[in-house]
Write a protein that binds this ligand. Structure first.
Ligand SMILES: Nc1ncnc2c1ncn2[C@@H]1O[C@H](COP(=O)(O)OP(=O)(O)O)[C@@H](O)[C@H]1O
Ligand SMILES: [Mg+2]
Length: 222
């Protein structure tokens, strides 16, 4: 369960203050697939960054499973991110010199897991994103949609409780986008994966359980 209370984020650009979030409150249940929509500049990415512990809000509170996130030390936040959160961004951020499989298990290798276990878990994730036969390919041999699947498999390798996705289909054509959204839907239904996905495409909203609309740093409707 995620609880957000009166969340604010002010960016300082020289002497200019940008009020990106002006006091946002809502809850997300475990296993919910939440869509975040709204015009460009409405604060969607800013909100995702605060909830994903990638940035520090100016005010308000965030509770994830009763833990007051903003009270954690930097070290505790890093561990929280590694163990409980997964991220998928618009850019796939796949390393070109590694195979798809190596990209996926890299986070585990860095955490000191045995290579054999990394490979097994990596292949398990590949099956989940239906990319098994592409495991040993390099980035340049993969389509945009396939690269985004690799990024999703990598985000899921630590079995995060919550998956954050910021416009994951922004660089994809309609067909590949549909595949990615169906995959999210399947992960949500089969694994009960909690998903928070930012999107600006109206047709994406049918994949989510619920939509929160942001406008000018506030919730317009939910
Ligand atoms: N790092 C930053 N520094 C200054 N202003 C920012 C920064 N990131 C976002 N903003 C501003 O905050 C507002 C919300 O941005 P953002 O959360 O990226 O919106 P969205 O994702 O909905 O397009 C915009 O006015 C944007 O220009
Ligand atoms: Mg954005």
């Amino acid at each position: 369960m995620i609880k957000v209370k009166n969340l604010k984020r002010i960016y300082h650009k020289g002497i200019v203050e940008v009020h990106a979030l002006k006091g946002v409150s809502f809850e997300v249940k475990n296993g919910e697939f939440l869509g975040l929509m709204g015009p460009s500049g409405s604060g969607k990415s800013t909100l995702l960054h605060q909830l994903g512990l990638l940035d520090t809000p100016t005010g308000g509170e965030i509770f994830i499973d009763e833990i007051n996130i903003l009270k954690l030390s930097e070290n505790e936040k890093t561990l929280f991110r590694l163990n409980r959160l997964g991220y998928v961004f618009q850019e796939y951020a796949i390393l070109g010199e590694l195979t798809a499989l190596e990209n996926v298990y890299l986070p585990l290798l860095m955490m000191g897991k045995k290579k054999k276990d990394c490979i097994n878990l990596g292949m398990e994730m590949f099956d989940k994103v239906a990319l098994g036969e592409r495991a040993h390919h390099l980035q340049r041999e993969l389509s945009g949609g396939e690269q985004q699947r690799v990024a999703i498999a990598r985000a899921l390798i630590n079995k995060p409780k919550i998956l954050f996705a910021d416009e994951p289909c922004a660089n994809l054509d309609t067909e590949s986008s549909r595949h990615i959204l169906e995959l999210f839907r399947k992960l949500n239904e089969d694994l009960g994966q909690t998903i928070l996905m930012v999107s600006h495409e109206e047709w994406h909203k049918k994949y989510a359980d619920r939509i929160i609309y942001l406008k000018d740093g506030l919730i317009e409707k939910m």
